[in-house]
Design a protein around this ligand. Structure first.
Ligand code: IMP
Length: 447
């Protein structure tokens, strides 16, 4: 049997609770790697009442055993990395010797942030509602073949020339298009020289490390950031992030050979949320939306923005499942639905399940709902499937059926322990915790 090389992806618009899931699964893996995005992500992990928000470093480091990789597909703000390392150290987690940052990752520079900020607030521009971290402009420079990579930080002349030449162009654009003040090349150079010294001990050829680890039979978990519907190609374009969030991005963003992969796990809330602009067919407005937002504490972990909330959307989950080849689903925040008398689930769209490629198509979508009875019993902290109220179990079984993906784990609260793991599930087999069994073609009685 091959050692597990498993991808964990968000199956919605991000914020599904991947942080907690990766933290829980990390114990099964020797390596954890991030493959895309940057410090726009905010993976929250609660351990013993202490809340950690990791933006760049894979959540697995909190388990203390895994080796953590920031892959080539990530766009790296070195200041954010230095700050995160310091925060972890202050909390007693030392990543020295455990964290490896790709020489090929692209670097976010201050002008990426300032241009994004100016562009997002410019009159007449489509507002994506970005996290203002400079993620999109850094990826633009990468694809435009004018980016700066981590390895380039250690070539003094290249770094100096790059910053000087890039700034001449960016300052001209910022002044002409957005009337924004110029940035100073000397100060940026000084800052980046110092930051590159600080991150130097972590820099490595991470693609080579991961492929060598896989060849030795070591297990690898690939940690996606954001979610499938924010994917640059397959998401709700243009209201997306600028990277390949779906499972296909994991190999591009780490250099790990696709033939090493053994499975993909999707993470979804028991309902839906999204931050920023863009289509949201099952969005819930008014008092019911406020109630769900309050109960779920749906406020961005990075930006603090209130999240938009809505009901579970099965057509979108089927789309995410197909795109990512999901083997198993983890459903989070079940307890948030505890008080609802009835819980609608979108099971399809009038006129068919076609996921629109264009913005106009989304406006025409009309969700078809099936209402399930709520359980109106607290489920927070429940750790056994059999201890869930029958209606909660029926709700989860329904989600699995309409999504076409088996549920392997249910989260009933932010703490590690507030989790139900379904013994004998496909998820367990993916982790290598149980022997491989032939795949069932339909759904079992359990979710
Ligand atoms: P950007 O990634 O900052 O360019 O933002 C693009 C879109 O992705 C915006 O709608 C953001 O709110 C959204 N986004 C980016 N990162 C996250 C995340 O970690 N969780 C949820 N939404 C995100």
């Amino acid at each position: 049997m091959r050692s597990p090389c498993v991808i964990v992806v968000g199956a919605q618009w991000g914020d599904e609770g991947k942080g907690k899931v990766v933290d829980l699964l990390a114990g099964h893996f020797a390596w954890i790697a991030r493959y895309q995005g940057g410090h726009n992500a905010g993976h929250t992990v609660v351990i013993g009442g202490q809340r950690f928000i990791l933006q760049l470093i894979p959540c697995g480091v909190l388990r203390g055993v895994s080796k953590a990789v920031i892959g080539n597909g990530v766009v790296l703000d070195p200041q954010a990395l230095v700050d995160e390392i310091a925060t972890l150290r202050a909390a007693g987690v030392d990543v020295a010797g455990k964290l490896f940052v790709s020489t090929r990752a692209h670097v976010i520079l201050p002008y990426h942030r300032s241009i994004e900020h100016a562009a997002e607030s410019a009159p007449g521009r489509l507002r994506i509602g970005t996290t203002s971290r400079g993620i999109g402009p850094a990826y633009e420079d990468k694809m435009g073949r004018r980016g700066l990579r981590v390895a380039d930080l250690y070539d003094a002349a290249l770094l100096r020339d790059h910053i000087r030449e890039a700034l001449a162009e960016k300052n001209a654009i910022a002044a002409a298009l957005y009337n924004a003040p110029p940035l100073d090349a000397g100060r940026i150079l000084e800052t980046y020289q110092s930051l590159s010294d600080q991150i130097r001990p972590f820099v490595a050829d991470t693609g080579a490390l991961l492929n060598a680890a896989a060849a030795r039979g070591e297990s690898i978990l690939l940690e996606g950031a954001q979610g499938a519907l924010l994917d640059i190609d397959h998401g709700t374009y243009p209201f997306v992030t600028s990277s390949s969030t779906t499972a296909g991005g994991a190999c591009i963003g780490t250099g790990l050979a696709p033939t090493r992969l053994t499975g993909a796990i999707g993470v979804s809330k028991a309902y839906c949320t999204r931050v920023g602009g863009g289509p949201f067919p099952t969005e819930l407005a008014g008092a019911a939306g406020d109630a769900l937002r309050r109960r779920g504490n749906e406020f961005g972990s990075v930006t603090g923005r209130p999240r938009r909330v809505g009901w579970f959307d099965a057509p979108l989950m089927r789309y995410a499942a197909a795109l990512n080849g999901l083997d198993a689903l983890v459903v989070t925040k079940l307890d948030v639905l505890d008080e609802f008398e009835r819980i609608p689930v979108c099971v399809g769209y009038k006129g068919g399940d076609v996921i629109p490629p264009a913005a106009a198509g989304w406006e025409a979508l009309e969700p078809v709902y099936e209402e399930l009875p709520g359980w109106q019993t607290p489920t927070e902290g429940v750790t056994r499937w059999d201890d869930l109220p029958l209606r909660a179990r029926d709700y989860l079984a329904f989600l699995a059926r309409v999504s076409g993906v088996e549920i392997g784990m249910v989260s009933t609260g932010p703490e590690r322990g507030q989790t139900i793991t379904l013994a004998g599930s496909r998820l367990e087999r993916l982790l290598g915790a149980a022997p491989e069994a032939p795949r069932a073609s339909g759904q079992s009685a359990r979710p």
